[in-house]
Design a protein around this ligand. Sequence first.
Ligand SMILES: [Zn+2]
Length: 63
Amino acid sequence: MPSIPCPQCKTNIEFNVHDIFSEKHFTCLNCNVNISLSYQENKDILKNAHEQLEALKDELDID
Ligand SMILES: [Zn+2]
């Protein structure tokens, strides 16, 4: 499961990819800060994950 560090306390907060596309909001269990996991705000994280996946596919020579 992917996770993002809390912007306030750096605790890792796990999330489902589906939750991003539904623009769900999360609360950090450690410091109770509210975090918006929208695709627009996190597309860099998702883009990075996608690029890593593509690189892995190239390495394994999978179509
Ligand atoms: Zn926190």
